[in-house]
Design a protein around this ligand. Structure first.
Ligand code: GDP
Length: 274
């Protein structure tokens, strides 16, 4: 685990899997995750529901284990694989959670990036949609970034984080990195992967930020309860943002709490959504 400097609080500690029965809090969180159901697909931001429903975005390179992680967390076999069906891979797929008649959160499954076999025009469109989503989506409460624990952060992961960096530093958006496929690592490798991730994330840690790292395995179910509790807490902690009038779809840029949408940075990532 990375050492914290006096001016920076340590990253949120993550409990190792204990094998013990789930705590009541974990059981409640898992039940909540299990309520996840597909809501809508969107190819552009203005097609997403507007309002103040807190939203958690799942992002990661293609093949990082994002769909498996969402399915595992939701304890459903096929939920996020809907996002992999032809025609849906380049869409933002939104899921609702909570009581059917009174959802309390959305999950947004963003397209995997880094997939080579996508033509350049489509990549550029998607870079902008992802950049805008992360930078200005008003109800974004947190981002879960999937990183393959064997490979660590890639340049595309770092570029993607830059889009949301400022909001993470102010604590407006929380960040959790799942080091996926942890079942493929031995204990030493797992410790190393965690330490490296903490180093990568040090630049996002401030007094206000909430940045965490968790080893995760969909195969062995490592980290599931801890992650479930973390995501549940993100939602139940309640929004700290000031609620303003609903934003008209076409006025997406004003989705930014500060009102000045940064849009796509000058140097968008060479990301390749699949
Ligand atoms: P996505 O493209 O990020 O949605 O990744 P997928 O969830 O489709 O997973 C990509 C590949 O990694 C598939 O072959 C999965 O079976 C495999 N995979 C996903 N999660 C795990 C895991 O926890 N452990 C192992 N060993 N393989 C995994």
């Amino acid at each position: 685990m990375a050492e914290s400097t006096p001016s920076r609080k340590p990253l949120t500690p993550r409990k190792p899997p204990s094998g013990a029965a789930p705590t009541p809090a974990a059981r409640e969180a898992l039940g909540w995750l299990h309520s996840a159901r597909f809501l809508v697909s969107a190819s552009q931001l203005h097609q997403l529901p507007q309002g103040d429903m807190p939203e958690i975005a799942f992002v990661g390179r293609s093949n990082a284990g994002k769909s498996s992680a969402i399915n595992t967390l939701a304890q459903q076999r096929q939920l996020a694989f809907a996002s992999k069906t032809p025609g849906r891979t380049q869409l933002i797929n939104l899921f609702a959670l909570g009581p059917r008649d009174l959802p309390d959160a959305y999950f947004a499954d963003l397209p995997g990036y880094g997939y080579a076999a996508v033509d350049r025009g489509k990549k550029l469109v998607w870079q902008k949609v992802m950049a805008d989503y992360l930078a200005v989506r008003r109800a974004l409460a947190g981002v879960v970034l999937m990183v393959d624990s064997r490979h660590g952060f890639t340049p595309l992961d770092r570029q993607l984080l830059e889009f949301v960096a400022q909001r993470v530093r102010t604590g407006e958006v929380k960040l959790l990195v799942l080091l996926t496929k942890a079942d493929k690592l031995n204990r030493t490798e797992a410790q190393q992967a965690t330490a490296t991730a903490h180093e990568e994330l040090a630049e996002f840690v401030t007094e206000e930020s909430d940045v965490g790292v968790a080893l995760f395995s969909s195969v062995k179910r490592t980290g599931i309860e801890d992650v479930a509790e973390t995501l549940r807490a993100w939602i139940t902690a309640g929004p700290v943002r000031v609620v303003t009038d609903a934003v008209a779809p076409e006025a997406q840029a004003s989705d930014s709490p500060s009102g000045d949408a940064p849009g796509t940075p000058d140097a968008p990532p060479a990301s390749n959504p699949d």
